[in-house]
Design a protein around this ligand. Structure first.
Ligand code: ADP
Ligand code: MG
Length: 339
């Protein structure tokens, strides 16, 4: 009787062991047998976007990630006719219904406004239009027009009614999510890749780069930080896995007048391009936050920017000042190779 019970016990243990071996074997087959790779480039959100992935069906994953980025652009671009942002701008002065997604990104943007005492401010839309950045009519605006546009700027005037899911901006104000939406789109694309089983991938969107896992060969991704004055040079290389790097620079969209560079990152307190630094790179996990922070710190300048990032857990920075000096925040110093 005792022997019989022992035999049943042994048989059960062996059975479970065999089952586990089969599961491990199938898992391995999935990993090696059906792993595919894909890489594609498209022009979305006014910039070249490249997505690379390896996973069970990499091509479908990459296509789905691009589709998600296009969807995000259609929601958050203020230059597209039926976007949520266009509806808020056209309905200025009135309450406009919004989705949870739009509400969440507006709240994130306002959070960075609070954090920076308004250095980051999505109500800069009329200022951006006046300077003509992103169009072929870039010019220094007359003072009177600048003053009028400045009067429409102020993040505190963006009203959010969470329970009614409505947003209201003052009549005449224009919101512009150009400082945060590209990062959000990159986050969304990353989530789509991950949901499709991608364990190794990279999304490059203009100055924003996000990585999933390590490279297919197992080594870390090596991401270059763009030199702000030499388009083919780097100032450093950062090794990363599952992290994002976002850069804001005065070299992306600008025009020169009398030897002075006028670019698209505006100090909402003066109405003029921010002058203290020439590039800010943010390192962290969420691209939307890194995107907002790169613009924020660009406007704050070196000293106030340093203070903000050193007190912010999870995010690091590389700041280049007007003289070309490179400052690296303490948490990133061990991980970046300066060139
Ligand atoms: P890029 O879009 O070139 O990567 P940024 O992330 O720095 O660069 O965003 C710049 C864009 O952000 C501008 O084109 C404009 O739409 C918007 N913007 C400019 N100044 C501000 C500001 N002070 N606060 C919030 N958004 C801004
Ligand atoms: Mg930004």
């Amino acid at each position: 009787m005792k022997n019989k019970r022992a035999l049943v016990y042994i048989a059960a243990v062996l059975g479970i062991a065999a089952l586990m071996a089969v599961v491990v074997w199938i898992k391995q087959l999935q990993r090696t047998g059906t792993e595919t790779q894909a890489a594609k480039t498209e022009f979305i959100m006014d910039t070249v976007v490249e997505i690379r992935a390896s996973g069970p069906d990499a091509e479908a994953a990459v296509d789905a990630a691009f589709a998600e980025m296009s969807r995000v652009e259609k929601v958050f671009s203020r230059h597209l006719k039926d976007s949520a942002i266009t509806r808020i701008n056209q309905g200025s002065g009135q309450w406009v219904p919004v989705t949870d997604e739009v509400m969440a990104l507006l709240e994130k943007a306002l959070h960075y406004s609070e954090l920076s005492s308004g250095a980051f401010d999505i109500t800069v839309g009329r200022l951006i239009d006046l300077w003509g950045f992103g169009t072929d009519k870039q010019k220094i605006p007359p003072e009177t027009e600048l003053a009028q546009a400045l009067a429409t700027v102020g993040y505190r005037s963006v009203e959010i009614d969470k329970s009614a899911k409505m947003v209201r901006i003052p009549s005449g104000t224009i919101i512009d999510l150009g400082g945060i939406a590209k990062g959000y789109a990159v986050d969304q694309a990353r989530k789509v890749l991950e949901a499709k089983g991608v364990k190794s991938g990279m999304i490059y969107a203009g100055g924003d780069i996000t990585t999933i896992g390590a490279k297919p060969d197992g080594s870390s991704w090596r991401v270059g930080v763009q030199h702000p004055r030499e388009s083919t040079a780097l100032i450093g290389i950062v090794e990363m896995e599952n992290k994002t790097i976002v850069t804001s620079g005065d070299y992306e969209r600008y025009f020169m007048d009398n030897g002075i560079r006028y670019h698209h990152i505006i100090d909402p307190h003066t109405g003029y391009p921010a002058r203290d630094v020439i590039s800010v790179t943010i390192y962290g996990s969420e691209a939307a936050d890194a995107d907002a922070l790169s613009t924020t710190i660009f406007v704050l300048g070196l000293e106030r920017g340093k203070a903000l990032i050193e007190n912010l857990p999870g995010y690091e920075a590389v700041i280049v000042d007007q003289e070309g000096n490179v400052w690296v925040s303490s948490g990133l110093a061990g991980q970046i190779t300066l060139l």
